[in-house]
Design a protein around this ligand. Structure first.
Ligand code: GTB
Length: 216
């Protein structure tokens, strides 16, 4: 039996691949591991059956035999640990790739999510126009640092790894803001990742869910 993950039945991103099941789908595709998807509504995510899998009532979750996981980072790490292609074999290179996964999730993603949430939730509030440049500044600080480190390399540390998968997934949340485009090497980095066949398969799979939901 293939592992099963959960994803939105009707994603608010309208098929843009921004919800966090996308990074898990992408990891499965890079690893060549078949997977099943159980689609859930917002209401179902808050019911006891889903809360038993995910204490915070969110997607994605992962189930395989007796193992249930939540948190996209933990799920991608688990996939990367059990399949070739997402983490280097050499111990130090592997530790560095894992470090980039953490950096993506705990250093780069938070200011991006803060900005994204503000544009979704706070638009129209009296202080929104004043706050947005502050949030943009925090995002730019991280992008500038990341851009400096990436330089003219293709990937963050040698070959493509789960660290790049996670970093690109995080940067994509800025799509439409123009912020990534201010750093041409980061824009090229994201484009390079999105050109990977595994990424395209994952994107198409999540997009098919949006198309099916729109037809109903
Ligand atoms: N830290 C957790 C992880 O990495 O797995 C965060 C999981 C999470 O935030 N899940 C979101 C969720 O289930 C979906 S991805 N939210 C429902 C809830 O909390 O009740 C976040 C997301 C949602 C929508 C867009 N979008 O529309 O563009 C992008 C990202």
């Amino acid at each position: 039996m293939s592992p099963t993950i959960t994803a939105f039945k009707s994603s608010p991103d309208r098929g843009r691949g921004l919800a966090r099941d996308m990074r898990v789908r992408w990891a499965f595709e890079e690893a060549g591991q078949a997977y099943d998807v159980r689609l859930v509504t917002f209401a179902e995510m808050k019911e006891p059956a889903h809360l038993a899998l995910h204490p915070f009532g969110q997607i994605p979750t992962y189930e395989d035999g007796g193992l249930a996981l939540f948190e996209s980072g933990a799920i991608v790490f688990h996939i990367a640990e059990h399949h070739a292609g997402l983490l280097p074999d050499e111990a130090n290179a592997r530790a560095r790739a894992i470090t980039w996964m953490f950096a993506a999730l705990s250093t780069v993603e938070p200011p991006i999510v803060d900005r994204s949430m503000a544009t979704l939730v706070d638009r129209g509030k009296s202080w929104y126009e004043e706050r947005l440049p502050i949030l943009d500044g925090r995002v730019r600080a991280r992008l500038g640092e990341l851009s400096n480190r990436l330089g003219d390399a293709d990937w963050l540390d040698g070959a493509f790894s789960a660290g790049d998968l996670m970093m690109v997934s995080v940067l994509q949340r800025l799509g439409g803001s123009g912020l990534v485009d201010e750093y041409p090497n980061l824009a090229a980095y994201v484009a390079r990742a999105e050109a990977r066949p595994a990424y395209k398969r994952a994107f198409d799979a999540q997009y098919a869910v949006f198309v099916a939901a729109s037809a109903n």
